[in-house]
Design a protein. Sequence first.
Length: 204
Amino acid sequence: MRWFALVVLCVISSGVRAGAVFLIPTDNPKPTYPRALNRAGITGEVRVSLTVHADGSVSNVAVPKDAHPDLAEASQSAVSQWRFQPWEISGDRPAQIQVVAPMVFRLDDTPPIHANEELKKLRCSDVSRVAQHFSDFSWVDLPVFNWTRSYLTHSISPTQFPEEKRLALIAKLNKSAPSIVRSCNTHPTSRFVRFLPQDIRELL
């Protein structure tokens, strides 16, 4: 499972030349995508505003009030630890600058090529072999379920697959994960898709 945080620093200080405020990161930890949100397929963007000082430290880290609270907390916690290469203050180098860092949280968009075809060919024996290295309560985090969630998120047009329906199907998949793995353990020669909920199977 991978999470993504797309960071593009946008200088918002007025009257400052772009060349004079080029920031060089020295320690910029990425926010942790909350596992529960990743599992649930909940994505989002948090535009974090911050002040960067000439000594490379940051302050005044703030997130929009309408951001998802868990994504906002993860973003604010990470950005508060950021550090940049210091610069000398001069006429064209201010003591501090204001920037905005858009943090984009999304599901892995690089599953196997033609993930749906790979999922349809996948044998239960392969699922069982991987599952034995996971505790049963964490089977929902098996790569095969990550790929399925990713496929439901990235491979179907939002106009054909509204967000509410996508999240509902992902919730159904997650709830079914333990029974799917147990069925695969019992029927190792079967295909993985045989045990998926019908409405998800029809989308592959």
